[in-house]
Write a protein that binds this ligand. Structure first.
Ligand code: NDP
Length: 328
């Protein structure tokens, strides 16, 4: 089986040469654990942060170590009394075809290996649910802004805002993603952040200002959105992807003082802190999917050999919805 390890610390924009694919000898099943085969890998912007040698909410991946990643794996051999071959587990598989799991009780046991369990019915869905439900908490008729809205978290967040009865304004890069937002996702107005006139588009799309923001990107767009916010607004700080590949951290918004004068509450959150509510979230979002009120968007790339390229290209942002590499 193959694994992908971090070959060197990335400097700035991530490159394929920062990684190396290695051949690993088949290892014995650990006592009390399982040996499993990876089925799907979740490609997340957060992985970029874990590769930098700086303190964060998880320790950095070491040079020579398997790249950390969420995934779904199917048990092939078990020395755990509660698990048998064929059982499906979700957890930090890492970028490896074969996973030895010493503590399977800490992994999620899944009823099936569908890719949606990494997306809307997994960490992505929980992220959107926590940020929109707990922090943005839109009331009917309020205006909610979501950035990177055609991506995994964003495409779920806009749908949750609509279900709450909000007017939804969303940003994405390029006409294809903007058309998905206004067409399939029923967003009320879009801002193409790659267009020259994006600032005019934002102003025209928010005649009544913005009451809540689900922030995925940061940078100039976040600053402009902050300018449009109403008194008593809420800002869920989910991610600031615009700066993840920068060597020098980008400056914060120049209009930060608006948080004071407009009494805006900005709150950062990390999904792993909300794992205790994952089952509740999965049940709620699963029911919405069943009822046809919530759509799961995903882009699935086949083949372990494509994991590095898919991750490197993901920052270019051509995919829509949850990005998954499937090992078949
Ligand atoms: P996706 O890959 O699905 O979406 C990311 C999108 O961001 C890209 O498709 C691209 O869309 C946009 N983007 C990338 N680079 C830039 C840039 N330089 N400027 C503007 N837009 C850019 O990722 P997710 O939906 O999984 O993640 C979205 C955000 O949520 C990230 O910031 C991520 O770190 C964060 N996150 C936070 C979690 C938490 O616990 N707080 C958990 C999970 C995710 P486009 O083409 O439209 O520009």
């Amino acid at each position: 089986p193959h694994s992908v390890v971090l070959a060197q610390r990335p400097h700035g924009r991530i490159r394929s040469s920062d990684f190396a694919q290695v051949d690993v000898d088949r290892r014995p099943c650990p006592e009390g654990g399982v040996r499993a085969r990876t089925r799907h890998l979740s490609i997340d912007p957060a992985i970029r942060g874990w590769l930098d040698d700086r303190p964060s909410y998880l320790p950095p991946v070491g040079v020579g170590e398997v790249v950390r990643s969420l995934g779904i794996a199917v048990v092939e051999e078990s020395r755990h009394p509660g698990l048998a071959p064929g059982d499906v587990l979700r957890g930090f598989t890492g970028w490896q075809e074969e996973v030895l799991i010493e503590d399977p009780q800490r992994w999620d046991r899944l009823p099936d290996a569908s890719t949606a369990r990494l997306g809307v019915l997994g960490m992505t869905g929980l992220t959107a649910w926590v940020g929109m439900g707990d922090i943005c908490a839109p009331r009917a008729g309020e205006t909610v802004f979501v950035s990177a809205a055609a991506g995994a978290v964003g495409s779920t967040a806009v749908q949750l805002a609509r279900l709450a009865g909000a007017r939804v304004v969303a940003s994405a890069g390029g006409p294809r993603k903007c058309a998905l937002l206004t067409g399939t996702l029923g967003v009320d107005a879009v801002v193409d952040h790659r267009a020259d006139d994006w600032a005019d588009q934002l102003r025209d799309a928010t005649p009544d200002g913005v009451d809540a923001v689900f922030e995925n990107v940061g940078g100039p767009l976040m600053e402009a959105v902050l300018d449009r916010m109403n008194n008593g607004g809420r800002m869920a700080l989910c991610g600031l992807i615009a700066g993840y590949n920068d060597v020098v951290r980008p400056p914060g918004p120049r209009n930060f003082g608006l948080l004071v004068t407009k009494r805006i509450r900005a709150e950062g959150f990390i999904v792993v802190d909300h794992a205790d509510r994952a089952a509740q979230c999965e049940a709620e979002l699963g029911a919405q999917v069943e009822a046809g009120r919530l759509r799961a968007f995903e882009t699935v790339v086949e083949g372990f050999d494509n994991v590095v390229g898919t991750f490197v290209d993901s920052f270019g942002g051509d995919h829509v919805g949850k990005l998954v590499v499937s090992l078949g």
